[in-house]
Design a protein around this ligand. Structure first.
Ligand code: FAD
Length: 469
């Protein structure tokens, strides 16, 4: 009897423990993707990008003699229906660690076991599963550096090669058509603007990794903070959908390190920030929705506002902030340094609740990841574990001078400052909804808040909170 392989954020063939084990079983395999309510609810850009990933993965499966069966609906009834239709004897998947996935998967496992169907989950999403990394006291890590020290020397098994063929069942169950899911519906700007910036699928992800290791990893440490340089791997987009596996990246990074590439260890450390984010989300799921630190619960964050709307639209009048917000809207990604600066501006200069930023990032990023996004926002806000202290207020103008000295990044996304703007800057105006009423010919807005005054206000709010305690 066949096995059902339930794919989620693991849309690849190589470095895939669940798939390798299933192939070894010698059973016919039925790959499946379920568009369940949890997946329906993700942000517009991520959902559109997931649709591209599914199309690519279906083609890869076809090339090894298999198919991707698509079904829509809550996971358990979909699985039950397919078990009945196909006579499959077991369901396999790769474990995820966010609260919604864990709740869903636990319920599915219990229900299948009650029906005596084998429900088997596997590792593969991370290098080290969150429950496998423990402090000497048997607890989880709240601080990154000891976490890094705990995992840096650990063995990571070699990534499995992609299987050359997958055994097909005698009869394929029916699949829904991907087009009928309209994954890009909420992302009307997607195809026109964002597409050229994506590298979709397993082959493209591996190319990215090769190019990075060959050309960029050596200078990674010095160059990674300059948003105008193409100096980082950009693999977060692919990792989000599992188009590439972390073990493959780890081993390539290690190899580069052994060959003497100066930036390689720093790169591995960044990859471990991803591990740390999932570690935190698993052990303290409230990081995604609540101020992580108890003593921050009463901080007077301001809610959504007209100022926050200008931040979302890239119209604050602060060029570095606006360039970054537009970069995200146009390309589906934002440079890490810029994420910290726009996050600081929102939570400090505008005193706005980090969750307002978290939600907008989730809507716009094609590399949206619930763990990294939550950790990143709480780090910036100061409310998270191992966070930047609140009184560290990034000065966007100073940061721009330091990390964008020739204004290349700012000019790339701000048409108003330029007589002959680069194409990306104009794309932004094509992409925004007409009701925003933006015009590249209109003068660039004056800063909506004086940087010094905003900083003073943030520090005063922080001091008042401390005085109350
Ligand atoms: P590289 O510099 O090439 O790093 C390699 C890999 O390491 C990345 O692909 C990523 O998987 C991991 N990594 C690097 N930095 C971090 C980090 N700070 N936290 C977690 N993992 C990291 N990253 C996401 O993947 N999704 C998000 O939704 C996300 N939201 C963020 C929100 C805020 C406010 C901040 C400050 C950071 C956020 N990050 C997020 C982390 C970081 O900005 C991106 O991972 C990085 O910019 C991706 O670019 P890259 O792949 O070229 O990274």
């Amino acid at each position: 009897a066949p096995l059902l392989l339930w794919f989620r954020r693991d849309l690849r063939l190589a470095d895939h423990p669940m798939l390798s084990r299933a192939v070894v079983s010698g059973r016919p395999l039925i790959p499946l993707f379920i568009l369940d309510p949890e997946t329906e609810a993700i942000g517009a850009a991520a959902k559109w990008r997931l649709g591209l990933s599914l199309a690519d993965f279906a083609a890869r499966l076809a090339a090894v003699g298999s198919r991707l069966i698509l079904r829509r609906g809550p996971a358990l009834p979909v699985l039950e229906a397919l078990l009945a239709e196909t006579g499959a004897e077991g369901v396999h998947w790769s474990r995820l660690y966010d609260p919604a996935s864990k709740a869903r998967d636990t319920a599915v496992k219990a229900a299948l076991k009650a029906r005596e169907v084998a429900a088997v989950s596997h590792d593969g999403f991370l290098l080290h599963e969150p429950m496998e990394v423990q402090t000497g006291q048997g607890s989880y890590y709240k601080v990154y550096t000891p976490f890094w020290n705990a995992v840096r020397g650990r063995d990571v098994s070699s990534p499995d090669a992609a299987p050359k063929a997958l055994a097909a069942p005698d009869h394929w169950p029916a699949s829904e058509a991907l087009d009928s899911w309209q994954m890009g519906r909420a992302m009307w700007r997607g195809a026109a603007v964002c597409l050229p910036y994506q590298a979709v699928g397993e082959a493209a992800a591996r190319d990215r990794l090769s190019v990075f290791v060959a050309d960029k990893i050596n200078a990674y440490r010095e160059s990674r903070d300059f948003p105008a340089r193409d100096a980082t791997s950009r693999l977060s987009e692919n990792l989000t959908y599992g188009e590439i596996g972390p073990r493959l990246i780890w081993h390539e990074g290690r190899r580069a390190m052994q060959e003497g590439a100066a930036g390689a260890e720093h790169f591995l450390k960044e990859l471990v920030w991803r591990e740390f984010a999932w570690h935190l989300l698993h052990h303290t799921p409230h990081i995604a929705t609540q101020n992580w630190r108890e003593d921050w619960q009463a901080f007077p964050w301001q809610g959504d506002s007209a100022a926050a709307e200008r931040w979302r639209r890239g119209m604050t009048g602060e060029p570095f902030v606006d360039a970054a917000m537009r970069e995200m809207y146009v390309t589906g990604t934002m440079h890490n340094r810029a994420r910290m600066i726009v996050g600081s501006y929102l939570t400090k200069h505008l005193l706005t609740d980090w969750r307002v930023g978290q939600v907008w990032f989730a809507e716009c990023l094609t590399d949206w990841d619930p763990a990294a996004n939550a950790m990143g926002w709480q780090w910036v806000a100061g409310s998270g574990p191992d966070a930047a202290p609140y009184f560290r207020v990034f000065n966007p103008a100073g940061q721009a001078e330091k990390f964008d000295p020739n204004a290349l990044y700012r000019r790339r996304f701000i048409a108003e400052l330029s007589r002959s703007p680069p194409p990306e800057a104009c794309q932004y105006f094509e992409a925004v909804p007409r009701r925003w009423g933006l015009d590249p010919q209109a003068p660039y807005p004056a800063p909506m808040i004086a940087l010094e005054a905003g900083r003073a206000r943030a520090l005063a709010a922080y001091a008042a909170r401390n005085a109350e305690r």
